[in-house]
Design a binder for this molecule. Structure first.
Ligand SMILES: Cc1ncc(COP(=O)(O)O)c(C=O)c1O
Length: 310
C-alpha cells in the first residue's frame, strides 16, 4: 500500500502519521463503523471518481441501519474528497470514507458515543491482481457462510461484519486459493469476500438477488446495466453451488477487484479454464466506463475539479 501525505479526520486535513484516534474508540472494540470503498481513475478529462454519489448514498444507508447520523453532509464529504485527492497529488487512487462511533462510554450501547468521520486516499492496485484480471483467479467455496439478516445486516457495509469476509479470505489463502466464495444461509451462492458474483450459462448471465444476503454492489449494478445494454439477458435468481463448476464462465465485480474472472472453483476448471468471451466483452466496456472512454456511461463519473492557480 502506498501512503499519502494527508488524511481528512473530523473536519481537518492532517498528516498521514497524525491521523489517530483514542484506543477506547467504540468502533475498535465493537466494530461500530461503516465505510465505503471507492476508486478514482485518470481519464481524458482529468481524475474522475466512479459513481461517487452512489457510494456516499450507500454510506449514509449503512450508517442509518446502525442508528448513526452522518456527522457531515454527503456533499461536504464529496467536495472534501476532491480536495484530498488534489492535496495528495493523485491522478488515480482508492478512496476510503469511514464513519464510526468514537471515544465515549464503554459498553454495548453506542448511542451516547460521538459519530466521527474520516476520508483517506491511497494508490492501490486491483485487489485480486492485474494478472488475475487478465487470466482469472482460483476460488474455493468457503466453509464460512455469508452473514445473513437473521443476525446482521448484509445491506450495510459495516466494519464489524467484515470479520466474516476476513475469515473466508484467510481460509482461501491458507488453503492455496486466491479467493473464497461464500454461500448464503440457505446454501446458495452469495458472493466473494469483497465482490459480487456472476455466472454465465448458455449465453445467459445469472447473479444472486438482493434477498440472498449480498452487499448491493455498485459495480454489480453497473455490470448488469452494461450487460443488458450489450443485449444479454441478466437474471437475478438463486444459484446452486454446483452451478459454479458447471457454468461456462464466472466473474466477480467490486470496487477493489474491478471485474475479475474466476477460472477455477474447488480445483474444477470453469469452462475451458480461461476467461470466456462474455466476461471479456463486459470487462472491456466496464474498463472503458471506469476510465471515461465510454460516452454512454460518462454520467457515472464525478470529475475532480482542478484548482485554479491565481
Ligand atoms: C462483501 C462485499 N460484497 C460485494 C462488494 C462489491 O461492492 P461494490 O461493487 O459496491 O464495490 C464489496 C465491496 O465493497 C464487498 O465488500
Amino acid at each position: 500500500m502506498n501512503t499519502a501525505d494527508q488524511i481528512w479526520l473530523n473536519g481537518e486535513f492532517v498528516a498521514w502519521e497524525d491521523a489517530k484516534v483514542h484506543v477506547l474508540t467504540h468502533a475498535i472494540h465493537y466494530g461500530t463503523a461503516v465505510f465505503e470503498g471507492i476508486r478514482a481513475y485518470e481519464t481524458d478529462r482529468g481524475t474522475a471518481i466512479f459513481r461517487h454519489r452512489d457510494h456516499l448514498d450507500r454510506l449514509e444507508s449503512s450508517a442509518k441501519l446502525y442508528y448513526m447520523d452522518m456527522p457531515f453532509s454527503k456533499e461536504h464529504l464529496r467536495e472534501t474528497t476532491h480536495e484530498l485527492i488534489v492535496r495528495n497529488g493523485f491522478r488515480s487512487c482508492y478512496v476510503r470514507p469511514l464513519v464510526w462511533r468514537g471515544y465515549g462510554p464503554m459498553g454495548l450501547n453506542p448511542l451516547e458515543n460521538p459519530v466521527e468521520a474520516m476520508l483517506a486516499v491511497w494508490e492501490w492496485a486491483p485487489y485480486l491482481g492485474e494478472e488475475g484480471k487478465r487470466n482469472g483467479v482460483r476460488g474455493r467455496v468457503s466453509s464460512y457462510r455469508r452473514i445473513s439478516s437473521d443476525s446482521l445486516i448484509p445491506h450495510s457495509k459495516a466494519s464489524g461484519q467484515y470479520l466474516n469476509s476476513v475469515l473466508a479470505k484467510i481460509e482461501s489463502l491458507k488453503s492455496g486459493y486466491d479467493e473464497g466464495i461464500l454461500l448464503d444461509d440457505k446454501g446458495n451462492v452469495c458472493e466473494g469476500t469483497g465482490e459480487n458474483i456472476f455466472v454465465v450459462k448458455e449465453g445467459v448471465i445469472y447473479t444472486p438477488p438482493q434477498t440472498a444476503g449480498i452487499l448491493d454492489g455498485i459495480n454489480r449494478k453497473s455490470c448488469i446495466q452494461i450487460a443488458r445494454d450489450l443485449g444479454f439477458d441478466v437474471v437475478e435468481r438463486d444459484i446452486a453451488r454446483a452451478e459454479l463448476a458447471l457454468s461456462d464462465e464466472v466473474f466477480l465485480t467490486g470496487t477493489a477487484a474491478e471485474l475479475t474472472p474466476l477460472r477455477e472453483i474447488d480445483d474444477i476448471e470453469i469452462g475451458d479454464g480461461t476467461p470466456g468471451p462474455i466476461t471479456r466483452q463486459i470487462q472491456q466496456v466496464f474498463d472503458d466506463a471506469l476510465h471515461g472512454r465510454a460516452a454512454q456511461y460518462v454520467e457515472w463519473l464525478d470529475l475532480v475539479p482542478v484548482p485554479s492557480r491565481t
